[in-house]
Write a protein that binds this ligand. Structure first.
Ligand code: HBI
Ligand code: FE
Length: 293
């Protein structure tokens, strides 16, 4: 069968705004699942993986939530690019999750559907050395190093599944962007307070050395106590460090927040004016850097 004749799989998801996505979307199924094709990684890719891992590893001890650090240690990924099918077995035993290889960004609906079924989509390609510091698309390092460690934590793992379920529902109600904000602020860029210290658990933070330091130490961004309604209304930027971070006390707090009537809150947030990433509201509880001892 020729490529044109392949027919069954969806083909349109290749351009996001004006960013052309680089993954191979021809080779995946309707749910965007593909093969990791481990043999395609070159010795340079392996070397690049060890470099990316090494520079993040020494930061997380002081900047990441202890649950994240524990997950990184359990995954034993220092020496080589992980084999996704092997890691799936470990995850399955721990929290019932599996990894699915994908070509890169996939549409919200497909993404949320995977999460709702405890499948985490992991991009198969790795950034080049000249892109070590910044990427607009997720790659293997972001998806694996940033996301997989917390999938070993039972409370976070259940929370992420709930996010997926509410995301699916929201997409059907023209409110996918509302749950995408929750995902952004409380999966990609979340902070947690632990023994009087700020720690990061968001994968967008922890897969970037510069954002790790910015999120935890910079005096520039707002850090606000987690408030679900507020998060659901807050727009975000994908092209710079975050200007607002939300801080939780525990993963239980996050999970419990989603068990309430999130459907109603999502619709309310869809119909309310959005809040800009830089805005500060009179009702916000601001956490001041250095003042949380
Ligand atoms: N696809 N592969 C992948 N990884 C993501 O993090 C991702 C995605 N599609 C949509 C998406 N994230 C977000 O924009 C949310 O809307 C969930
Ligand atoms: Fe991510």
């Amino acid at each position: 069968m020729t490529a044109e004749g392949a027919g069954s799989a969806p083909r349109p998801f290749r351009v996001q705004g004006d960013v052309a996505l680089r993954g191979d979307y021809e080779a995946c199924g309707a749910d965007f699942a593909t093969e990791q094709a481990y043999e395609r990684y070159t010795p340079e890719d392996q070397k690049q993986w060890r470099r990316l891992y090494g520079r993040q590893f020494y930061l997380i001890e002081n900047y990441a939530a202890p649950e994240f650090v524990a997950g990184v240690a359990r995954l034993a990924m220092a020496e080589q690019i992980p084999v996704l099918s092997h890691v799936s077995r470990t995850l399955e035993a721990a929290t019932g999750w599996q990894l699915v290889a994908v070509p890169g960004l996939i549409p919200d609906e497909a993404f949320f559907k995977h999460l709702a079924s405890r499948r985490f989509p992991v991009t198969v390609w790795l950034r080049k050395p000249e892109e070590a510091d910044y990427l607009v698309e997720p790659d293997l390092f972001h998806d694996f190093f940033g996301h997989v460690p917390l999938l070993l934590n039972p409370v976070f793992a259940d929370y992420l599944r709930l996010c997926g379920e509410h995301g699916r529902l929201a997409v059907q109600n023209q409110a996918g962007h509302v749950v995408a904000r929750l995902y952004w602020y409380m999966v990609e860029f979340g902070l947690i307070r632990r023994n009087g210290q700020l720690r990061a658990f968001g994968s967008g933070i922890l897969s970037s050395p510069a954002e790790t330091i910015h999120a935890v130490e910079s005096l520039d961004p707002h850090r606000l106590s987690f408030d679900l309604r507020r998060v659901l209304r807050t727009d975000y930027r994908i092209d710079s460090f975050q200007q607002t971070y939300f801080v939780i006390q525990s993963f239980e707090e996050l999970f419990d927040a989603l068990r309430h009537d999130l459907r109603k809150l999502v619709i309310e947030a869809r119909d309310a004016p959005s809040i800009a990433p830089t805005d500060l509201l009179a009702t916000d509880h601001v956490i001041h850097c250095g003042a949380f001892a």
